[in-house]
Design a protein around this ligand. Sequence first.
Ligand code: F6P
Length: 344
Amino acid sequence: MRIGVLTSGGDCPGLNAVIRALVRVVERTHGGSVVGFRNAWQGVLEDDWEVLDVARCRGILPRGGTIIGTSRVQPYARDDGVELVRRSMERHSLDGFVVIGGEGSLSCAADLVVDGVPCIGVPKTIDNDVVGTELTFGFDTAVSICTSAIDRLHTTAEAHDRVMVVEVMGRKVGHIALRAGIAGGATMVLVPEVPFDIDEVAGALRRRHDGVSFASIVVVAEGAVPVPGTLEVPEYRTDEFGHQRLGGISHLLAAEIEERTGIETRVTILGHVQRGGSPTAFDRVLATRFGAAAADAAAAGSWGTMVGLAADRVVEVPLAEVARRRRPVDLHLYERVARPFFAS
Ligand code: F6P
């Protein structure tokens, strides 16, 4: 067995742990070998690769980023893309590819399977929005980073009686905002799934600060949107997967809060800090389980599937069921645990 592996889309803590486990199990359990393509599909299209063996993967388990690089390049963005992928398979005598990616990359892998290129998916994203798995690795690390940032912001916000708007990642879903907001005791959590009403937000903060000196933390997912027609949001650029490059909703929100309440309001955008550095122990374990399972799936010929977590067991789900879908936050959890805390 000889497989190609690539890490595609935004990086996320735990990618190296997947690669390490995949290589070990392919080599040691199945007697096969692994070719790593650099910078996702770009390495396949341009034949930029390296052999990944156990020796090359020593010491990478706790490292953030990805030793083979990543990009948002995808084969369907060019006319000869799929043909180049097929040629790469032939050139390297590959049985297929293991694609470690988020929703966009997994949708692309699902399309390639339909076009005759065997792929197995491994779900990766700090956003935790891939369907077919209860969790993606990287999420736990991102939530931990955001929670400790919120803890720190509480003390400085209290010292100055300010409103702190904390922007976290989450393009279409608010899993990070919701979990970190709950864990960090935020005053409010704004997620893309539930458009926010700026009057409600400002009104709640005004009541909370009325007559007493208080600090408030508003956690907002970068993809949060106002109720249509209430606020104008800037246009965003898109990448080859059609994903918007977001960031900055917190500035708009803070300006509106300050204007409507008169309370000094500051912004912290956590940005790529959420994706950098070493994965938590939880993410290292999950990533290792996924990498090992992907190797077993390839050995078993389970092409066209994605490994995922269900009731704490690693399962295989059809890639076709995963493509072009996103798992939203649990609205019951949001309404039950995040909303009642609005300005209380
Ligand atoms: O999809 C993961 C993610 O971290 C999103 O939360 C975020 O919108 C996006 O990637 C940022 O990507 P980039 O690093 O390419 O700007």
